[in-house]
Design a protein around this ligand. Structure first.
Ligand code: PLP
Length: 284
């Protein structure tokens, strides 16, 4: 059963609400995380919370006070939902107050959580790969913060979907940063590459897991950006994210990537990723 939590109250999602004066609503003044559940358990909750706390720290938003701590609350909420597979969404905003750019003193952060059953992507997408388009990275300079200010991501992912594509790869000055809701990897001249962590990308939890696996599997890899030109001639291309997992991209802007099928590095990493999930949560 899906459920929502708003500042201490658990309600059905349709009945959950926050004030129109919440700064999340007015200014996207807050951060969020999406955590995947497999087999009734949250996968890699801690790194999501570490990233959220870093974001709150940089934005000078105090962490909401929760009896027993945030991890226990989120795990408890997911257990209460009774769902096996799905997505837990957690958002913290600076709080509620009369609209003013400079926050009034004494705000109490708003904490909202939803737990929903969401199935995996169709297996066919992983087997056959998906299309992606490219676009200039028109977002701001604080992309390492997972704020709810996502209108550029919304517009570009919608454009991708209209073009029959799964994702839109973003580029700045000719270099691929990431995608609208995923990190981007390419195998170029036999080396697996992804942009290094900086203010231009979100340090994805899945990205970190893929780098761990590349190390374990002894795959040549580097945290080094690849260019648009390299993406176009890459042997393999894929995007990573909590719900996306490791999604092979076999068509970029209408041109075939590699031989048009998920390549061997992508396939090995996806298998290893599923093994990791299985090992950590006890099954998919
Ligand atoms: C812009 C962006 N990059 C990367 C990711 C992947 O992050 P994660 O693997 O932690 O889900 C996301 C996830 O939503 C995202 O929105």
């Amino acid at each position: 059963m899906s459920l929502a939590y708003v500042d201490g109250r658990i309600v059905p999602i349709e009945q959950a609400s926050v004030s129109i004066e919440d700064r999340g609503m007015q200014f996207a003044d807050g951060v969020y995380e999406v955590v995947r559940a497999y087999r009734g358990r949250l996968f890699r909750l801690e790194p999501h919370l570490v990233r959220m706390r870093q974001g709150l720290g940089e934005l000078e938003i105090p962490e909401p006070e929760v009896a027993g701590g945030l991890s226990a609350l989120l795990e408890g909420l997911w257990a209460r939902s009774g769902e096996e597979q799905g997505l837990l969404y957690v958002q913290v905003t600076r709080g509620q107050g009369a609209r003013a750019h400079v926050p009034p003193a004494g705000l109490r952060p708003t904490l909202i959580v939803t737990c929903r059953a969401v199935g995996p992507h169709p297996e066919q997408r992983y087997r056959e790969g998906v299309k992606a388009i490219t676009h200039g990275d028109v977002r701001w300079e604080w992309c390492h913060l997972k704020t709810t200010a996502l209108v550029a991501n919304v517009m570009l992912r919608t454009r991708a979907q209209r073009a029959g594509a799964y994702e839109c790869l973003l580029h700045r000055e000719g270099m691929v940063t990431e995608a609208t809701a995923a990190n981007a990897f390419a195998v170029v001249d036999g080396v697996l590459r992804t942009a290094p962590c900086s203010n231009q990308i979100l340090a994805g939890v899945t990205r970190a897991a893929v780098l761990e696996l590349a190390q374990e599997l002894n795959l040549p890899h580097a945290e080094r950006s690849f260019s648009q030109v390299e993406a176009a001639r890459a042997e393999e291309l894929f995007v990573t994210g909590t719900h996306t997992e490791i999604m092979p991209v076999v068509d970029l802007d209408g041109r075939v990537v590699g031989d048009g099928r998920p390549g061997p590095v992508t396939v090995r990493l996806l298998e290893a990723y599923r093994g990791l999930v299985q090992a950590e949560v006890g099954g998919i």
